[in-house]
Design a binder for this molecule. Structure first.
Ligand code: SF4
Length: 378
């Protein structure tokens, strides 16, 4: 059975004001250490987990800002994976990129090395909102990056957007969606802003320096994105994701189908052989452990069958098409209605889920409160 790989590149040019991802200021000395650690980790997994003959169906390089590395450094990661694993010929190979960190030459080099999908963090097309977020780029750089990516040969581009920002109006959000659709990306992700504890943006809101987006506006923006992007020919295939036909993100589909993947790098998560684990976040400790031949794991959980069932249900329900009930039955040997009869009946009664053509799926009413629906199964 095929699996996916995730590589975490924990460096950024500057920390965004809303960010609590694992990222460090770019330092070439630390990058060199990180690359050495990554190489050791890849080799360690290859030897100990018996994955060398498993086909790799997708690779996702995320961060951080992978494109804060020099092109040769980023390419060396892909080359290392290629030497260690059996990457399928048609594998989807994505790198995230910050529009302020790429050039035509850089993108041409990535494309020639085998990257075939680019995910650009655009977030907004309004400068005042990008400033509130502390992003290093402006929209003209994002537009330029898309144009350069096309010239470099990328025909599968995702643009990430965030809504529910302080001071963001519904008409600004509509304008952002319109501006972004005009760039004709194959895929658009729309995430509601998460106010993470301790970030400068959250502190500004807590101190009353910036207004939080109201729940009503947040919901209105989500619904606007769904309606507008559907009208523009994008399939709404997952709560936050929209794609032109044939361009759903294969790597993320692997997560939502609850398949196996290995994550490399500080803080990366893995799901393999009925276990989930996360790597330690501190980059120096991550490298030190690997240098002494140890797995840099912070936490590991062996999943019970009950936990595997729960995950399969709530991850599957994230997809608009829903969870294919026969797949659940094949995987666990029991009908989903046998395991979750009470929960499903309750949610159906509330109009939050429904079964259709062999799939259990969220209704339009259930979609905006998906987390409450998922909680029923845990
Ligand atoms: S570019 Fe992404 S990972 Fe880096 S600081 Fe900004 S939000 Fe965080």
């Amino acid at each position: 059975m095929s699996i996916g790989l995730y590589i975490h590149v924990p460096f950024c040019i500057r920390k965004c004001l809303y960010c609590d991802f694992i990222s460090y200021p770019l330092s070439q000395q630390q990058v060199a250490e990180y690359l050495q650690g990554l190489e050791l980790e890849i080799e360690l997994y290859r030897e100990t987990l018996g994955v060398k003959n498993r086909s790799i169906e997708s690779i996702f390089v995320g961060g951080g800002t992978p494109t804060s590395l020099m092109s040769g450094q980023l390419i060396s990661i892909l080359e290392r994976l290629d030497r260690s694993f059996s990457i399928a010929k048609d594998a989807e190979i994505t790198t995230e990129a910050n529009p302020g960190t790429v050039s035509l030459t850089y993108l041409k080099e990535l494309r020639a090395a085998g990257f075939n999908r680019l995910s650009l963090g655009v977030q907004s097309t309004h400068q005042e909102l990008l400033t509130i977020l502390g992003r290093i780029h402006d929209f003209s750089q994002a537009r330029e990056a898309v144009s350069q990516a096309r010239q470099a040969g990328f025909n599968n581009i995702n643009l990430d957007l965030i809504f529910g920002l302080p001071c963001q109006s519904l008409s600004q959000w509509q304008q952002t969606l319109t501006d972004v659709v005009a760039l004709e990306p194959e895929h658009i992700s729309c995430y509601g802003l998460q106010l993470e504890e301790g970030t400068p943006l959250t502190c500004s809101i807590e101190q009353g320096k910036l207004p939080a987006c109201s729940e009503e506006d947040d919901l209105a923006m989500f619904q606007l994105a769904i309606e507008f992007l559907r009208t523009m020919g994008y399939e709404h295939y997952e709560i936050s994701n929209f794609a032109r036909p044939g361009y759903c993100c294969q790597h993320n589909l692997l997560y939502w189908h609850n398949k196996e993947y290995l994550g490399f790098g500080p803080g990366a998560h893995s799901h393999y052989d009925h276990s989930r684990w996360s790597n330690i976040e501190n980059i120096d400790n991550y490298v030190s452990l690997l240098k002494t031949g140890q797995h840099p794991v912070a936490e590991k959980t062996s999943l019970t069958v009950k936990e595997q069932m729960e995950e399969t249900v709530f991850l599957g329900l994230r997809m608009l098409k829903g969870l294919k009930m026969i797949d659940f039955e094949k995987r666990f040997g029991l009908s989903i209605y046998k395991i979750y009869a009470r929960e499903i009946a309750h949610l159906e009664q509330l109009g939050l889920v429904k079964s259709e053509d062999g799939y259990l799926k969220l209704t339009e009413k259930g979609l905006p409160i998906a987390n409450q629906v998922f909680a029923e199964f845990v």
